[in-house]
Design a protein around this ligand. Structure first.
Ligand code: ADP
Ligand code: MG
Length: 377
């Protein structure tokens, strides 16, 4: 049994908003506060502006489910700050950067989710480690024509992705069809729908890619395209949620699957994709025995990816979600990891994911109290 004073105060950090007090997924925040309360842990939302690191009390927001209302109130300064600033652009603002640095340096505050990941760094990091490198598609920075030429010699399908991309916007695929009059087929996914171009030569393809990617304003990576396993002709991929548990060890909280929309090049649900059961999808492709092997490989690899990402990021992490592909032969591929996982809609994963954040918070808090000889603040 843990005494009340042994419990941390957890603040969910987000950015201020002039009209609606703060930004971010309010349903997620309300669920977090409720889970914290059930475990007897004071939990509230705090904005970058209101988190004053030198005062004992700060202005935060709690949620009253009965009134469906957010209440502004004075609360004790947190021991744990759970960063849920929703947008990359916000995290790049100088005053936000400074605040995050100050929180990370603060002697009695532990910061969860220091920053967003960048796709290029993830691939560099995972390529460096033996247990993960065989599951990483060949990836290069898309800086010049020769990069496309080199990759297209080896792979007939490429994915081109903005390094700080999200929800599939700006992702392109290049398919080589040598037998065709216009052998390079380029497809780009936009905010709404997608557009396809056919190019006569590599030079033309490069010009088009350059134009489209610069419109996006982000550097791109070019990646070996994986021929994903399918169900009813639609590719699917797996979403793993990996979090630290009550012992401070990485564990896979849950595994979901996303099946692509009929015309989409990605599996995102807002693009016509839908949620399904990983085991069911794998069984229809591989049968029971191989499905078991694939699932255990996923579990082991997800932990190996998380460990290697944490080691390379040089900061203690608490959770991440991962997009993983299974190709038609049953081989596992890593596509990306997100440092601020979106809500999983599968109810069993959702409830466990909320609890784990607090179980790990308790672990971190106890560890700190222990190392400070019992003084939490
Ligand atoms: N190299 C690839 N081969 C095959 N499919 C891919 C590849 N890269 C991405 N995809 C598909 O596109 C989806 C989105 O890619 P991802 O890297 O997760 O970008 P985003 O940040 O936009 O979610 C993946 O979940 C997967 O379905
Ligand atoms: Mg993704």
């Amino acid at each position: 049994m843990v005494a009340a004073t042994d419990k941390p105060v957890v603040a969910i950090l987000t950015i201020d908003d002039e009209l609606q007090l703060f930004r971010g997924n309010r349903k997620n925040f309300a669920d977090l506060i409720q889970t914290g309360q059930q475990l007897g842990i004071t939990t509230y939302v705090v904005t970058v502006k209101n988190l004053k690191l030198n005062s004992a009390r700060v202005l935060g927001y709690t949620y009253l489910p009965a009134d469906e209302a957010w209440i502004e109130t004075s609360l004790p300064r947190p021991n744990i700050v759970y960063n849920r600033i929703p947008q990359r652009e916000d995290e790049r603002l100088p005053h936000v950067k400074r605040k995050l640095e100050a929180i990370a340096r603060h002697p009695s505050i532990h910061l969860f989710n220091r920053r967003f990941f960048n796709k290029w760094s993830l691939f560099r990091w995972l390529k460096m480690s033996t247990p993960t490198k065989n599951n990483i598609p060949e990836t290069r920075k898309l800086t010049q024509l020769s990069v496309l030429a080199l990759l297209l010699k080896k792979h007939r399908l490429l994915y081109l992705k903005p390094v700080r991309g999200k929800a599939g916007v700006g992702i392109m695929t290049v398919k080589v069809q040598p037998e065709k009059h216009l052998p390079y087929r380029l497809q780009i996914q936009e905010e709404k729908g997608s557009t396809t171009y056919h190019c006569t030569s590599l030079q033309r393809l490069w010009e088009k890619v350059r134009k489209l990617s610069s419109a996006n304003g982000e550097p791109y990576i070019a990646q070996q395209g994986i021929t994903l396993a399918t169900v009813n002709n639609r590719p699917f991929d797996l979403r793993a949620l990996v979090q630290k548990n009550e012992l401070g060890k990485w564990e896979m909280t849950g595994l979901g699957a996303r099946v692509a929309g009929s015309t989409s090049i990605t599996t995102h649900v807002p693009r016509g994709g839908y949620i399904d059961e990983p085991e069911r999808l794998l069984l229809s492709n591989f049968g029971q025995e191989k499905t078991n092997i694939v699932l255990s490989k996923v579990r082991i690899s997800a932990i190996a990816f998380a460990k290697q990402i944490e080691r390379s990021a040089k900061t203690e992490l608490c959770e991440m979600s991962m997009d993983l592909g299974i190709d038609t032969t049953g081989h596992l591929w890593f596509f990306e990891a997100n440092s601020k996982p979106m809500k999983f809609d599968e109810p069993h994963i959702r409830s466990k994911s909320l609890e784990r954040i607090f179980q790990y918070s308790l672990y971190v808090h106890r560890r700190r109290m222990h190392s400070q000889g019992g003084a939490a603040r």
